[in-house]
Design a protein around this ligand. Structure first.
Ligand SMILES: [Zn+2]
Length: 145
């Protein structure tokens, strides 16, 4: 099978993947479950409102961090419970935590990717109108429990 998105090593263990404009993040049942789980973690905002939850219009790239990489440091954030990703708009760059961290927090890479692409699409970092539940209807803004 052809590797559509070839990877370029950055630091030991982490890897870079380039994505084209218009990339659609695959979504599986597990991603919906993760969205529900993450919605229960205080301060976590799984998905942007629909106007930002769409394929990006410009290419971007993802750095998947190694298990030993510190995502807080990579993102320049203070250490936060279940920080699983961040986006740098000007550089079109997204950091995603290692699979071990994602599992510990009940997240999936696809879900984190959709969240961070939302930021690349202009969703402000204050996470206004975040959508929590996969059961909400289109256009609905969820109310936190
Ligand atoms: Zn965010």
């Amino acid at each position: 099978m052809t590797d559509v998105y070839p990877t370029v090593p950055t630091t030991a263990g982490s890897k870079r993947t380039d994505y084209p404009a218009g990339f659609v993040v695959p979504q599986y049942f597990g991603d919906d479950v993760a969205r529900w789980n993450l919605g229960q973690i205080y301060g976590n905002k799984p998905l942007p409102p629909e106007r930002y939850d769409r394929p990006p219009t410009e290419p971007f790239f993802v750095i998947d961090l190694d298990a030993h990489d510190d995502i807080s440091r990579a993102c320049g954030h203070p250490p936060t419970v279940c920080l699983v990703g961040c986006a740098f708009l000007a550089q079109r760059k997204i950091y995603i935590a290692h699979e071990i961290v994602l599992r510990q927090c009940g997240a999936t890479r696809n879900l984190v990717l959709r969240h961070e692409i939302g930021h690349l699409n202009g969703w402000p970092g204050i996470h206004e109108e975040a959508r929590f539940s996969p059961l909400s209807k289109a256009g609905e803004t969820d109310v936190r429990p």
